[in-house]
Write a protein that binds this ligand. Structure first.
Ligand code: F6P
Length: 367
């Protein structure tokens, strides 16, 4: 008689990120080889479990075939579904947060799931850690275009974001050069400036502004003046959405109701105004790349990293190694405890070789 199969539930949480589908496919493929596991997906992170009726789909080969090439996530995602602080919008518009973790864990077990794989960023891994401590068999897979998780050398999605930003940068240089303009390109990166620094080096920017290094506007004016001193200059700036001037504040917008974080975006316009006020005479134009950096097909590197993470996560489940997050460490795929995974952020170190090399290439950070 056939053994009853074990069941693993996969979900994607937080912002979408190129490579999520490659992880889902890899988990499903690796599980299929085992013959003793069935793979299911919860729609919109944990909401698929909490909703009535539940929204859970079986990840058959028909559903996962060829999806590694596609951006986004076939399982959908949300940043308004934290089961530890589940946001309910009240009739007066305020938010009431309710801890639904016990209900969630009970439901996952009642539905017959033996394990969960949570693919997400820092916030999702913190949720995984708490659910693990409350008794859920869970494994994490790190994702974010921001590359701000310290327990892995790199997250998938980051290389795709850098490629998209670099392609856009190249397109802006031609206008800067033709019109003798200062072009400001704003990239994502709430707390960490990885996308900005890599794009600035790849594209050949003159100025790169990141959250880790508050900038001095007078230093930027000096750099711009030096470029225009013989007339007909032009200059390209990359700024991360979380960058701010010395003694200045973040440019934040009202967040969506129930969302975990404030919305950033628009810092390029603030910088443009600051430069004009400080006396920059050249024409300035601003471009905010926004979500284009998370869209479209993942580059090959991200497809590979995501696939390796997916296989490893399923292998952790097969061996009953719960409470772990898969990670890239020293060029090999390993894992760390969820405790270690959520301990620190991965910031750009202003004393790192990366920043020193950028400065060696003539890039000013405004410090
Ligand atoms: O964390 C990834 C990220 O893309 C950030 O760089 C950005 O600030 C945020 O997500 C945007 O989130 P949302 O899609 O919710 O606006």
């Amino acid at each position: 008689m056939d053994q009853p199969k074990k069941k693993v539930l996969v979900l994607t949480g937080g912002g979408d990120c190129p490579g999520l589908n490659a992880v889902i496919r890899a988990i499903a493929k690796r599980a299929r080889k085992e013959k003793t596991w069935e793979v299911y997906g919860s729609i919109e992170a944990f909401n698929g479990v909490l909703n009535e009726p539940t929204e859970i789909v079986k990840l058959t080969s028909r559903r996962t075939a060829g999806i590694h090439v596609k951006g986004g996530t076939i399982l959908k995602t949300t940043n308004k579904g934290n089961p530890l602080k589940f946001p309910y919008i009240q009739p007066d518009g305020t938010i009431k947060e309710v801890n639904r973790s016990e209900e969630l864990i009970k439901k996952i077990k009642d539905l017959g799931f033996d394990a969960v794989i949570n693919i997400g960023g820092d916030g999702s891994q913190r949720i995984s850690k708490e659910l693990y401590e409350k008794g859920l068999n869970i494994v994490g897979v790190p994702k974010t275009i921001d590359n701000d998780l310290s327990a892995t050398d790199m997250t998938f999605g980051f290389q795709t974001a850098v490629q998209i930003a670099t392609d856009s940068f190249d397109k802006l240089v031609t206008t800067a050069e033709s019109h003798h303009r200062v072009m400001i390109m704003e990239v994502m990166g709430r707390d960490a400036g990885w996308i900005a620094v890599h794009t600035a080096i790849a594209g050949g920017a003159e100025i790169c502004l990141i959250p880790e290094i508050p900038y001095d506007i007078s230093k930027l004016v000096k750099r711009i003046d030096a470029r225009y001193k013989h007339g007909n200059g032009f200059l390209n700036i990359v700024i991360a959405e979380g960058a701010k001037p010395k003694d200045g504040t973040l440019v934040a917008r009202q967040g969506d109701k129930g969302s975990e974080h404030v919305r950033l975006g628009g810092v390029a316009f603030q910088l443009s105004e600051q430069l004009k006020l400080a006396g920059v005479k050249a024409d300035i134009r601003e471009t905010v790349l926004g979500h284009t950096q998370r869209g479209g097909t993942p580059v090959a590197f991200d497809r590979v990293l995501a696939s390796l993470f997916g296989v490893k996560a399923m292998e952790l489940v097969i061996h009953g190694e719960y409470g772990k997050m898969v990670a890239l460490k020293n060029n090999s795929i390993s894992y760390v405890s969820l405790e270690e995974a959520t301990r620190n952020y991965n910031f750009v170190d202003k004393d790192s070789f990366l920043v020193k090399a950028a400065k060696g290439l003539g890039i000013s950070f405004g410090d």
